[in-house]
Design a protein around this ligand. Structure first.
Ligand SMILES: CC(C)(COP(=O)(O)OP(=O)(O)OC[C@H]1O[C@@H](n2cnc3c(N)ncnc32)[C@H](O)[C@@H]1OP(=O)(O)O)[C@@H](O)C(=O)NCCC(=O)NCCS
Length: 179
């Protein structure tokens, strides 16, 4: 069973180490896709520490509850949502091997879009490597547009006017995934 939690700088204390663990167990290629370059464990630890200390950062995490060990909840998906001074949000996400292609990435994106919408952002965006077919396909599926970027990266963007019904409609589309 998968559960989703939205984390801010108050409840992050319970999740800091679990988020670091999730990033460290990613394959080298997924780390490169997620961070845009190869990254060492020390850099991951410092990225999470800075992100969790920032009042502008939110994390959407997916946890798997092992039915044979109900005391064990494992973080299998992490979205990091950063709000800038203009209140635009930027998202980065990763799903653990063994849990991909089950809608978890889409659900994390949906929760992030809802949060951005409720916080009156005018856009949510994510930089992704042009070679990242999975992420580009996910962004297309979620009706993002593609803009700018550089030779190796492209920016996926979704703009919105504030409308509480938009958030509600996206919420209705979040799929339940059972394991
Ligand atoms: C990209 C990523 C987040 C997708 O997560 P996910 O949970 O597998 O995605 P979902 O199951 O919600 O898939 C949604 C859609 O994405 C696309 N997609 C996902 N994986 C894909 C793959 N391997 N090949 C092609 N399309 C893929 C499909 O359109 C899919 O819809 P479908 O299953 O109905 O065909 C995941 O592959 C990942 O963590 N990659 C490594 C880190 C990364 O690249 N992060 C993005 C940059 S910040």
């Amino acid at each position: 069973m998968i559960s989703y939690t939205i984390i801010n700088k108050i409840n992050i204390v319970f999740y800091n180490d679990k988020i670091v663990e999730h990033f460290i167990q990613l394959s080298e290629s997924d780390k490169r896709m997620r961070f845009g370059m190869p990254i060492k464990n020390e850099a991951i630890i410092s990225y999470v520490k800075n992100g969790t200390a920032s009042p502008s950062s939110y994390w959407v995490i997916a946890e798997w509850l092992d039915p044979f060990n109900v005391f064990e909840k494992k973080v299998v998906g992490v979205g990091h949502l950063y709000f800038d001074k203009e209140n635009n949000s930027e998202i980065g996400l990763s799903i653990s091997d063994g849990f991909k292609r089950r809608g978890i990435g889409s659900n994390i994106m949906s929760f992030s879009i809802i949060l951005s919408n409720l916080f009156l952002s005018s856009k949510i965006s994510g930089l992704t490597l042009r070679s990242n077919k999975q992420m580009i396909s996910l962004a297309k599926k979620m009706n993002f547009d593609f803009e700018g970027g550089g030779t190796s990266e492209i920016e996926a963007v979704k703009r919105f006017d504030y409308n509480p019904l938009t958030a509600f409609n996206i919420f209705l589309n979040i799929k339940h995934s059972d394991y």
